[in-house]
Design a protein around this ligand. Structure first.
Ligand SMILES: [Zn+2]
Length: 166
């Protein structure tokens, strides 16, 4: 199934922030601070819990399942980021922000975006495997705790969206 990628504004053009942008940024900061407070209260993850998360998440998303986007962030910086290629826009799935690699603003909401193209072409031998995540081999690599936590949060956000749609 081909996804039709959407665009919003022109990331490289001058862009005056709107009231809605300021409000979204304020809300994103509030959510971020709330999450940070919860994380600070939560007990540290045990090795067992980390291992369970690794099993649950499987290997990192291969690059050919990612779409590249040009994003203009709240701070005015224009960056490139990737999302799962099934998402028609980069600010869906409960994730409409990035940490700006230029100035470090975190979170920085996305105010304009355009699709750039796939992150990589699929290797020929894995095309038939692409649609069946469950048949993948266990991860050969080890992901960092920060990556696991980030992916866990992203998955939760996606679940929230799916639940809202149901
Ligand atoms: Zn920035």
């Amino acid at each position: 199934m081909e996804v039709e990628y959407l665009r919003h504004g022109v990331p490289l053009a001058d862009y005056p922030l709107t009231k809605a942008d300021h409000r979204r940024q304020r809300e994103a900061v509030q959510v971020h601070e709330w999450v940070q407070r919860q994380l600070a209260k939560a007990p540290p993850w045990s090795d067992k819990h980390l291992e369970e998360m690794r099993q649950l998440l499987g290997p990192p998303t291969p690059p050919w399942e990612l779409q590249r986007w040009r994003l203009r962030l709240y701070c005015g910086h224009v960056i490139e980021a990737t999302r799962n290629r099934n998402n028609p826009r980069p600010d869906g799935g409960g994730r409409d922000e990035e940490r700006c690699p230029e100035c470090g603003l975190n979170p920085a909401v996305i105010v304009a975006f355009e699709p750039l193209g796939p992150a990589a072409e699929p290797p020929a031998e894995s095309r038939s495997l692409m649609s069946s995540r469950s048949t993948r081999q266990p991860p050969a690599d080890r992901r960092s705790k920060a990556e696991l936590v980030a992916e866990n949060n992203a998955l939760r956000a996606e679940l929230e969206v799916l639940r809202d749609q149901a």
